[in-house]
Write a protein that binds this ligand. Structure first.
Ligand SMILES: C[S@@+](CC[C@H](N)C(=O)[O-])C[C@H]1O[C@@H](n2cnc3c(N)ncnc32)[C@H](O)[C@@H]1O
Length: 348
């Protein structure tokens, strides 16, 4: 029996999928199908093929098993495809593994692994890369404008480019500041496994984003990630935007922000994650007179253990600033910050 056949059988006999329905007594009463046309028998076979075996259908209809097999072949293929897509979707949630998924679908970890490998070998996982046009230069200007529905949402286009340049299909991306779930959405489309969490999980995102506070270190069931994406609140720039809690990085004073974030970076260093990506905007405060360039601060923490693989500039639109702010900046002889830094570090 080859893998495909095994998988089709699993659809019938897998614990989750096998929802044996009580067949209507009238329906299986002897001779019930005696007067039925072949089309009617075929319709019955197709309807029942995810509930009982071909042999049983053949018995009820009094037709050869081979006929039932022909009638139900494309339906079974469709069911198999749907089930395999669901298995892949579960596997992309990086807290699942072959074992837990096998349990859920009533099959062995090996069968799960074969199904995932089939996806890899048939090219499905890398399809999106073929039609993708990445940024060719290190200043990443958005094509569609930086429209947001969630405060601080990271544009999808940027995430696609990060995955394009720095990850491969089925690698694990860990995002502990998942917010609205940009990383989840892009990882799904790009077939990267994702472990996304946030201290406050957005409504409707519970299946894909876990509740986790970074002050507690790394989650226990996190497998070694290939890439960690860090899009924290920008300290005072995000005050009270996500919550009023002191634990939110957006509500901390600068010292606490640095020490909480650095402790977390050190956990990632200890864990030996391969790539760490940080996106952050310098803070300009006290009417633009004080300039705090956070990315250089983080560079010091990673120095010696990680090397910069690439640095990009993510410009904002000038509309960030209103006329009054511009006038004030001119009076004080300061220019206004208009970009985020996106730095990718690789473990040395
Ligand atoms: C800039 S937003 C992330 C936006 C996200 N990348 C997106 O595309 O929607 C920062 C997130 O960090 C979360 N956060 C703040 N402090 C945290 C902490 N101590 N532990 C975990 N998450 C935290 C906030 O709740 C917020 O959702």
């Amino acid at each position: 029996m080859d893998v495909q056949e095994l998988a089709i059988e699993d659809i019938v006999f897998g614990e989750e999928f096998c929802q044996w329905q009580e067949l209507d007594d009238d329906l299986i009463e002897e001779n019930h199908f005696k007067q039925s046309t072949n089309d009617e028998k075929k319709t019955f076979a197709i309807e029942m093929c995810d509930k009982i075996s071909n042999d049983e259908i053949a018995g009820i209809l009094a037709v050869p098993v081979r006929t039932v097999r022909d009638w139900t072949w494309s339906k079974r293929k469709e069911l198999e495809k749907n089930r395999n897509d669901q298995i892949l979707a579960e596997y992309l949630r990086a807290w699942n593994n072959h074992q837990t998924i096998g349990k859920k679908f009533g099959m062995s970890p090996n069968s799960v692994s074969n199904i995932i490998e089939n996806f890899r070998n048939n090219g499905t996982l890398a399809e999106i890369t073929k039609q993708f046009s990445p940024y060719l230069y290190s200043i990443w200007s958005l094509h569609k404008g930086d429209k947001k529905t969630y405060f601080g949402a990271f544009p999808r286009e940027y995430m696609e480019n990060i995955l394009y340049y720095h990850t491969e299909p089925l690698e694990i991306v860990y995002d502990p500041f998942a917010g609205s779930g940009t990383t989840v959405d892009v990882c799904k489309a790009w077939h990267r496994r994702y472990y996304c969490s946030d201290r406050i999980v957005m409504n409707g995102r519970e299946e894909d984003i876990r509740q986790w506070e970074i002050a507690n270190g790394l989650p226990e069931d996190l497998e070694l990630p290939d890439l960690v994406f860090l899009d924290p609140p920008y300290w005072k720039q995000a005050e009270n935007k996500y919550s009023k809690d002191n634990e939110c990085l957006g509500n901390m004073n600068l010292d606490d922000f640095y020490s909480t974030f650095e402790t977390f970076l050190k956990d990632l260093i200890l864990r030996k994650v391969n790539r760490i990506v940080v996106v952050i905007q310098p803070t300009q405060y006290k009417n633009g007179l004080v300039y705090e360039d956070h990315i250089f601060h983080f560079a010091k923490v990673l120095d010696g253990k990680y090397t910069i693989e690439m640095r990009r500039i993510l410009p904002y639109s000038t509309q960030q600033y209103n006329a009054q702010m511009v006038i004030k900046a001119k009076e004080r002889k300061v220019d206004l910050g208009l970009h985020r830094d996106l730095v990718v570090w690789r473990r040395v």
